[in-house]
Design a protein around this ligand. Structure first.
Ligand code: PLP
Length: 378
């Protein structure tokens, strides 16, 4: 029995981060201030985006993205069923309809073929919302191709994928020659790859969308006339304190990625994988951000998966189940989507955080191997 409990994903807050926030406080800018602008420009440069807008969360970024696209009543958005709830909720907050589709079994990302089928059978589709799940990029060339063919906007939920690469292109960089509206939302929630406590960023290749989103973020107040509002906006601003933390964290983002990749490689050598016990798979055209370590065991079901997680907890190892498929929830019940339904029952995420050591991963690996051997049906 280990003496120290291995938490799931505590954030990495360094002295530099604390110094930056204290400095921001001393400067007297409490809400949106110069550090928010700096965070935006440095973030845009890092991901290669023409424009970046910092907000108080990725959920806000997705909501604003739908608003600037004018998506509303009568419209439909094709989205993955395998995601965190907020990507789907915001579609309904706009009074539009989410059309959920199933995933590819290896990457766990939205299946382009099923996107096309959904677009063909559903009237009123205006946009596609892929999620780069657990850090692995979606097949964006295939998705953009469908977007072009049917003249749809693309809103990428990149909450997990800072930084991730498709071919040579970082997520956030518009695809070369991409001539349709493109919007990408990043999250800086506490467990994400870069954190500001709460926070998000919206990047886009479209200046008009950028300007509109900027107004919406701040109650859509007229720039000509104070306290006059031409439309309904939101208070989705980020504070200068959060932005200070963001700027400081962004300086170490590559270091964070290297550490997550190293932790992934430790797990790859410690866990006794088979055809039926798998860790993250990465396509040869992709570089994953490895937000989460993903373990899938084919002969588990939800009850046994949960028992396995309980047994790990009793040994001092904290884990999380995969997301529940959105289509399994009463308000989003649609046609059965078997791959995601299955994955959400057999998958779990193992601890991964900056300070996790190789020795700790070895201990987790041996506990996982031992428990799976005990639980194995054969
Ligand atoms: C975390 C997360 C969000 C929401 O991010 P917030 O910044 O907490 O609003 C959206 N989509 C996915 C896939 C997420 O994991």
């Amino acid at each position: 029995m280990r003496s120290e409990f291995l938490s799931f994903a505590p954030p990495m807050i360094a002295t530099e981060d604390i110094d930056e926030v204290v400095q921001a406080l001393r400067e007297g800018w409490i809400t949106t201030g110069p550090r928010a602008a700096r965070f935006e420009s440095e973030f845009a440069r890092y991901v290669g985006a023409p424009a970046a807008l910092a907000l108080n969360s990725a959920t806000s970024a997705l909501h604003v993205a739908l608003a600037v696209l004018g998506i509303g009543e009568g419209d439909a958005v094709v989205a993955t069923t395998m995601t965190f709830c907020s990507s789907i909720h915001v579609i309904e907050h706009r009074r539009a309809r989410p059309v959920l589709v199933d995933i590819e079994p290896d990457t766990l990302n939205i299946d382009p073929e099923q996107i096309e089928a959904a677009v063909r059978r559903t009237p009123g589709v205006k946009a596609i919302m892929p999620v780069h799940l657990y850090g692995h990029p979606c097949d964006m060339p295939a998705i953009y191709e469908i977007a072009r063919r049917y003249n749809l906007a693309v809103i990428e939920d990149a909450a997990h994928s800072l930084p991730a690469v498709i071919g040579g292109r970082m997520i956030g960089t518009p695809e070369p020659g991409f001539d349709l509206p493109n919007l990408v939302a990043f999250s800086f929630y506490a467990t994400k790859n870069l954190t500001t406590g709460e926070g998000g960023m919206l990047t886009t290749n479209d200046q008009e969308f950028y300007q509109h989103a900027r107004r919406l973020r701040d109650h859509a107040m007229s720039t000509q006339r104070r306290y006059f509002h031409e439309e309904r906006g939101f208070n989705y601003r980020i504070t200068n304190l959060q932005a200070a933390l963001g700027v400081a964290q962004l300086e170490r983002i590559e270091e964070f990625l290297d550490r997550r990749a190293e932790i992934m490689s430790w797990y790859n050598s410690e866990i006794a994988t088979t055809d039926h016990i798998r860790l993250n798979r990465v396509k040869n055209w992709a570089k994953s951000a490895f937000w989460m370590i993903c373990l899938e065991v084919d002969w588990l079901d939800e009850t046994r998966r949960d028992a396995f997680m309980q047994a790990l907890k009793a040994r001092g190892i904290d884990t999380r189940p995969y997301f529940c498929a959105m289509s399994s929830m009463p308000m989003y019940k649609q046609a059965s989507l078997p791959i995601s339904a299955r994955k959400s029952q057999i998958g779990l995420n193992l601890p991964s955080y900056y300070e996790l050591t190789k020795v700790e991963v070895q201990r987790i690996g041996s506990d996982v191997n031992e428990l799976l051997k005990e639980m194995s049906p054969t």
